[in-house]
Design a protein around this ligand. Structure first.
Ligand code: FES
Length: 111
C-alpha cells in the first residue's frame, strides 16, 4: 500500500489516498471519488484522465508511450508534466506521488 496525493484544480485542496501497487492512478481516483472522468476506461481513447504531475515526480515515472503523448496533445491545459492517469501504473517507488487535476478536460477521443 502506498499513498498518492491529488490536488484540486484551484490548488486549494489536497486529497491523500491509499493505493495498491499495480493500480493505475485512474483506479485510485475513481476508488476515492476524485473528480477524474476516465471516459474510455483506460483505453487511451480520450483525455479525460489528464493529470498534471508535480515537477519533482515527473521524471520518476516511466516515459509515456507515443499513443499517450498523441492523446495528450488533444487535452486542454496541456503542461510539460501532463500524463494520462490511466497510463500511470503505480509501483512502490511512487509512494507520495503528487498530481494536480487540470482546470478542464475534454473527451478528445474519436468516439
Ligand atoms: S481514461 Fe481515457 S485515456 Fe485514460
Amino acid at each position: 500500500m502506498i499513498k498518492v496525493v491529488f490536488i484540486s484544480p484551484d490548488g486549494l485542496t489536497q486529497h491523500e489516498c491509499n493505493a495498491e501497487i499495480g493500480d493505475t492512478l485512474l483506479d485510485v481516483a475513481q476508488n476515492n471519488d476524485i473528480d477524474i472522468e476516465g471516459a474510455c476506461e483506460g483505453n487511451m481513447a480520450c483525455s479525460t484522465c489528464h493529470v498534471i504531475v508535480e515537477d519533482a515526480w515527473f521524471g520518476k515515472l516511466p516515459s509515456p508511450k507515443l499513443e499517450e503523448n498523441e492523446m495528450l496533445d488533444l487535452a486542454p491545459g496541456l503542461c510539460a508534466t501532463s500524463r494520462l492517469g490511466c497510463q500511470i501504473i503505480l509501483a512502490e517507488a511512487h509512494d507520495g506521488l503528487v498530481v494536480k487535476l487540470p482546470k478542464e478536460t475534454a473527451n478528445a477521443g474519436a468516439w
